[in-house]
Ligand binder design. Structure first.
Ligand SMILES: Nc1nc2c(ncn2[C@@H]2O[C@H](COP(=O)(O)OP(=O)(O)OP(=O)(O)O)[C@@H](O)[C@H]2O)c(=O)[nH]1
Ligand SMILES: [Zn+2]
Length: 204
């Protein structure tokens, strides 16, 4: 099936803290991995000269249930408002658990409770540190007509992979740091293993 936009539907969003905006939820045909990835067009997404784009990897526990083991929920909330302010796209990528899936991520959590860090736990389960591939994200941007973008992320692998897939990443814009007692070890592991640009407070 050839690459393209499959459907577009308008969805009003209202968050628990009262913030509200409107998203155009966009689905696709022809994505490389066959997964049901979504783009949310926010603000004047199609009118922006260079849209702000956040590739967000699915995290059921953080995005939906408000888990404090990670920073995904607050990052998602932050991204929607920042993108709506300037115009751009949130790419909601079905890459749960950095690509290993939900059950395996929960198995990895259990190993972290025994003392392994987030990457050691992945390896103990026979997975790579990070199994995410952003080919489909690049295809989504192509289908959206967004050849040049600003990228909202602290993860250097996201601009690297997208550039390798032909996306012109003009600037990489860091997200805020959403640190708490429950997630600080996880954030520290991201900084030391994968050079995430997260300025952590010295003592949390
Ligand atoms: N395997 C595994 N995945 C985790 C763990 N904690 C969170 N995740 C997953 O990690 C992913 C986090 O994705 P992102 O929000 O894109 O975060 P990121 O790659 O650090 O990059 P930025 O937030 O863009 O800086 C989600 O898919 C989570 O489900 C963990 O301990 N183990
Ligand atoms: Zn998470």
């Amino acid at each position: 099936m050839s690459l393209g936009i499959r459907s577009r539907v308008t969805v009003p969003l209202k968050f628990a803290d009262g913030y509200s905006t409107t998203a155009e939820v966009i689905t696709f045909d022809g994505l490389a991995d066959g997964k049901e990835h979504l783009a949310l067009a926010l603000g004047d997404a199609f009118g922006a000269e260079v849209p702000l784009v956040r590739p967000h990897s699915e995290c059921l526990t953080g995005d939906v249930f408000g888990s404090e083991r990670c920073d995904c929920g607050p990052q998602l909330r932050e991204a929607v408002e920042r993108i709506a302010g300037v115009g751009g796209f949130l790419l909601y990528l079905r890459q749960e658990g950095r690509g290993i899936g939900l059950y395996a991520k929960l198995d990895a959590y259990a190993l972290q409770d025994l003392g392994l860090d987030t990457y050691e736990a992945n390896r103990a389960l026979g997975h790579a540190d990070d199994e995410r591939d952003y080919t489909a994200a690049a295809q989504m941007l192509t289908a959206l007509g967004a050849g040049t973008v600003d990228l909202l992320t602290n993860n250097p692998d996201k601009p690297a992979q997208l550039r390798a897939s032909g996306v012109d990443v003009r600037a990489v814009v860091p997200t805020q740091v959403h640190a708490s007692d429950a997630n600080v070890r996880y954030l520290q592991a991201k900084v030391s293993h994968t050079a995430h640009t997260i300025a952590l407070p010295l003592a949390v």
